[in-house]
Design a protein around this ligand. Structure first.
Ligand SMILES: CC(C)(COP(=O)(O)OP(=O)(O)OC[C@H]1O[C@@H](n2cnc3c(N)ncnc32)[C@H](O)[C@@H]1OP(=O)(O)O)[C@@H](O)C(=O)NCCC(=O)NCCS
Length: 194
């Protein structure tokens, strides 16, 4: 899992466009059409928000967590978190890891409350939220989940730094492996590879 930048917009778009109607409803609160997703991805401000991504070996984005900072009210600072994992990669802990990373990053950037909007029937997300100790308020089929964060400390800062370094290294290895495969495919006739 690594922090994404504006260079990752194309992969982000591919990730969100491959979500089916029900997943779009769960992720965005409504079944958003493709052009709304295109706008959403185009408008992500990477200088203000933080987006985390989990890549598979082919460097497709299989998990995305978007941490959006809400305007600060005096000393209280809230960030809203939204997450999606592609169907084929679910049940492997990716959603939980994205949540935990977002919570740690929030702590380290002086966020006091992590907020998540969910449909109340989203039992998987509710499970992840409850596991993290989030306070959940239900109303009219939706749920607002809040996590009060402890202030950053040396451990949270160093842990996040090490995680990001490991993630960048892991991504570089996957990219190198992908390039090597492409070179081999380009120089070898396809029947020799079969
Ligand atoms: C919600 C979502 C992000 C979870 O991703 P994931 O990678 O499968 O999540 P994880 O594997 O980390 O954890 C899933 C947890 O839910 C539990 N779970 C699975 N099915 C469940 C169900 N029907 N009811 C309750 N819990 C369930 C699993 O046991 C696991 O908990 P555990 O780690 O304690 O065993 C993914 O399903 C998704 O993208 N859904 C569509 C978009 C969405 O709902 N986004 C959230 C709104 S912001």
């Amino acid at each position: 899992m690594r922090e994404l930048t504006a260079k990752d917009r194309e992969r982000l778009l591919a990730h969100f466009l491959s979500l089916g109607d029900d997943d779009r409803l769960l992720r965005f609160g409504q079944v958003v059409p493709d052009h709304v997703i295109e706008n959403y991805v185009g408008m992500i401000d990477f200088a203000r928000d933080t987006v985390f991504g989990v890549f598979d070996d082919a460097l497709a984005l299989v998990g995305v967590g978007h941490l959006a900072y809400l305007p600060a009210e005096s000393k209280a600072r809230t960030a809203e978190f939204g997450v999606s994992v592609l169907e084929r990669s679910r049940g492997k802990g990716i959603g939980t890891q994205l949540f935990e990373r977002a919570a740690m990053h929030s702590r380290n950037t002086h966020v006091t409350t992590l907020y998540m909007y969910c449909l109340a029937r989203n039992t998987k997300m509710m499970h992840i939220a409850k596991k993290a100790g989030m306070r959940i308020e239900y109303a009219y089929g939706s749920a607002d989940a809040y996590l009060t964060l402890a202030p950053a400390d040396q451990t949270s800062i160093v842990t996040e730094m090490l995680q990001e370094q490991a993630a960048v290294f892991d991504y570089a290895i996957k990219r190198q492996a992908q390039r090597t495969t492409q070179i081999i495919e380009a120089i070898m006739p396809s029947d020799a590879l079969a």
